[in-house]
Design a protein around this ligand. Structure first.
Ligand code: HPA
Length: 280
């Protein structure tokens, strides 16, 4: 596995996908923990296991299926990632974000990213959906930026702007869809940590202080690569749990809880995503 990928690696993956389908997807969709069933609604689809695509990271976490679905959803040609790879699984940032480059070479214009996240904002409850307005790249500030390495100038500049990582027009659209469909929609800042251990109460108080509303272990690297390549981004977090900022005896955060809440969140997230696709 090379330390950094180049165009030829992405093109090898695209060639494999093109052998299965000639459909030209306009929109990419990454489905996070417990949210993989959202892909079941895709029509006329082909499903390609990640293991069959050169250089694609294979997912190892429960709740992530590990298939690329290409087909139609609400009248849009889509490419859907049923599960994603995370840094904590042992992948490099280049590997974690490899699929985003592949989707860009496939020709997507818009990337919709979803995740399961812990709620930090005291107003949030498990089961809420949060529109991501901005992120804190805490994992990247220490050096784990997916753009580290030779700049791929054919995708974007060495020092890409991140002043509006989450597209303002797409956010407005998502809010309109949520209001119209009577789905309560929160808004806030997502912070990405490396994981896999969950946060201590002191970690959580720190994350609140620095301005985060939700915490998770994904999304930010993918969004940075998407923006570097000029792809517009819509981000949605499913608040799967609200970890306690003061230790409460016998209250623990578990992956099972995250997956269980994911199932609850599927109808709400599905309504917003389908509404946005229909309107685009
Ligand atoms: N912390 C970090 N990541 C998460 C959480 C959490 O509480 N819930 C879902 N992903």
């Amino acid at each position: 596995m090379p330390e950094f990928f180049s165009r030829s690696h992405f093109e090898a993956a695209v060639a494999t996908i093109r052998e299965e389908t000639q459909l030209q997807p306009r929109i990419g969709l990454i489905l996070g923990s417990g949210l993989n069933p959202l892909a079941d609604a895709v029509e006329d689809d082909v499903a390609i296991p990640y293991s069959a695509i050169p250089h694609f990271p294979i997912v190892t976490v429960e709740g992530h299926v590990g298939r690329l679905i290409v087909g139609w959803l609400e009248g849009q040609a889509v490419v859907v990632m049923q599960g994603r790879a995370h840094y904590y699984e042992g992948y490099s940032m280049a590997e974690v974000t490899f699929p985003v480059r592949v989707m860009q070479v496939l020709g997507i214009e818009i990337l919709i990213v979803t995740n399961a996240a812990g709620g930090l904002n005291p107003e949030f409850h498990a089961g809420d959906v949060m529109l991501i307005t901005d992120h804190i790249n805490l994992i990247g500030m220490g050096g784990l930026n997916p753009l580290r390495g030779p700049n791929l100038a054919e995708f974007g500049p060495r020092f890409p702007d991140m002043s509006e990582a989450y597209d303002a027009q797409l956010r407005t659209l998502a809010k309109q869809i949520a209001v119209g469909a009577n789905v309560p929609l929160r808004e806030g800042v997502y912070v990405c940590l490396a994981g896999p251990s969950f946060e201590t109460p002191a970690d959580l108080r720190f994350l609140r202080l620095i301005g985060a509303d939700a915490v998770g272990m994904s999304t930010v690297p993918e969004v940075i690569v998407a923006r570097h390549g000029g792809t517009r981004v819509l981000g949605l977090s499913g608040i799967s749990n609200v970890p306690p900022v003061e230790a409460i005896p016998s209250v623990e955060t578990t992956h099972e809880e995250v997956l269980e809440a994911g199932r609850m969140l599927i109808p709400r997230l599905g309504t917003i995503i389908r509404g946005v696709l229909k309107a685009l």
